[in-house]
Design a protein around this ligand. Structure first.
Ligand SMILES: Cc1ncc(COP(=O)(O)O)c(C=O)c1O
Length: 379
């Protein structure tokens, strides 16, 4: 029996997305930038995919830039904006971010620091949230960008984007959010979130791997990272990956329909996840601790610690269950994950962390089986 509870890591391509992609890996091979018969269908499909993605985000199609995934989108948002400002002759540059961002935000910022950009990393509370007041105090006249993730990949905690956006607007600072984990699980309409740039990763929402999107609000100037011909309106050179864009477009349509139909009932994403936690609590009482915000959290994410245990060992004792340990990026390590450390989780608790992330098809019997196995393993 195989039970997949690692949807924050990646999701299976939806068969409807795959079916829509197949003709673009075959007969519809034309380059969408050309204007003859062989390109008609690829050009139309690329435009339709852009519209579908824009519709999910409440954006204009022209504000959608295709990239190779979430990592490239984050790199582009940060480096593209800073490089643009630098080339425009701006003075000292300052960026504010959080200590719990994905590596694809923190690494380009570390690189920017080597070029003289000042970076402030805001701390988080024990649930993994930053304080809007800390952000307000950190803003200076040099602040050129704020980058705060919508939802954390390890613990699922949501950042208070409404308050963050209000402060950024007040100071005229553009706001980027890495929404790789939240798109499809929660509404992510750019005007409601109040963001100027947003990162989306195809493989987190049942689309293909190796494709993503950076939403860039009309009027915001970024310097391209990939220079060449004028693809993506001169913002990212390279012939578009039409098949993957088509798959992502369909995945976005499915996500929108799914969220609209979600009744938050017992079999919904949240319903199954909460059932899972209730069963764990029943089985282990205080021996199991929730990591992440109790309510302001992705509806599919359950990061729990088995106190005085090692998460990787507990997972190894399960049969056919795919889940990540607290140190999600360095499995098997006995070091507290960067995110749990930032949340100042006690070592006795943090080392026993396991991230279970449920998905569209996760059922109540599946999580019941995992709890049955955990009872046998942990006791
Ligand atoms: C929050 C977050 N941002 C960015 C990424 C990177 O996305 P990709 O794998 O498409 O480069 C991930 C994926 O692990 C993620 O969880």
């Amino acid at each position: 029996m195989q039970i997949y509870l690692d949807h924050n890591s990646s999701t299976a391509l939806d068969p409807r997305a795959r079916d829509a992609m197949l003709p673009f890996l075959g007969e519809h091979f034309g380059n969408p930038s050309t204007h003859h018969w062989a390109a008609t269908e690829s050009r139309r499909a690329l435009g339709e995919a852009r519209e579908r993605i824009a519709s999910l985000l409440g954006a204009k199609p022209a504000e959608i830039i295709f990239t190779s995934g979430g990592s490239e989108s984050n790199n582009y948002a940060i480096k593209g904006l800073l490089l643009g400002l630098h080339l425009a002759g701006s003075g000292p540059l300052h960026v504010i971010t959080t200590i719990v961002e994905h590596a694809s935000v923190l690494a380009p910022l570390a690189q920017a620091e080597r070029f003289g950009v000042r970076v402030t990393k805001l701390p988080v509370d024990r649930w993994g949230r930053i304080s809007a007041e800390d952000l307000r105090s950190a803003i200076t006249p040099d602040t050129s960008l704020v980058s705060v993730m919508h939802a954390n990949n390890e613990v699922g905690t949501l950042q208070p984007l409404g308050a963050i956006s209000a402060i950024c607007r007040e100071h005229g600072v553009p706001l980027h959010t890495d929404a790789a984990q939240s798109v499809s699980k929660l509404p992510t309409r750019v005007d409601e979130l109040g963001v100027d740039m947003l990162t989306l990763a195809g493989h987190k929402l049942y689309g293909p791997k190796g494709i993503g999107v950076l939403y860039v609000r009309e009027g915001l100037q970024l310097e391209p990272l990939v220079d060449g011909a004028g693809h993506e309106s001169g913002r990212r050179a390279g012939t578009e990956n039409v098949a993957y864009a088509v798959g992502l477009g369909v995945a976005c349509d499915i996500a929108a329909a799914d969220m609209a139909a979600d009744d938050d009932g017992p079999d919904s994403l949240r319903g199954v996840r909460d059932h899972f936690y209730d069963l764990l609590h029943e089985a282990f009482g205080d021996g199991v601790v929730l990591n992440g915000h109790p309510t302001e959290r992705l509806p599919n994410t359950l990061n729990v610690s088995f106190v005085d245990r090692i998460g990787a060992e507990v997972v190894a004792g399960l049969d056919g269950v795919a889940a990540s340990t607290g140190a999600a990026c360095h499995d098997g390590s006995r070091k507290l994950s960067r995110v749990l450390s930032a949340m100042k989780v006690d070592e006795r608790v943090g080392l026993g962390a396991i991230r279970f992330s449920t998905g569209r098809h996760t059922s109540r019997p599946e999580v019941e089986e995992v709890v049955r196995q955990l009872r046998a393993t942990v006791s």
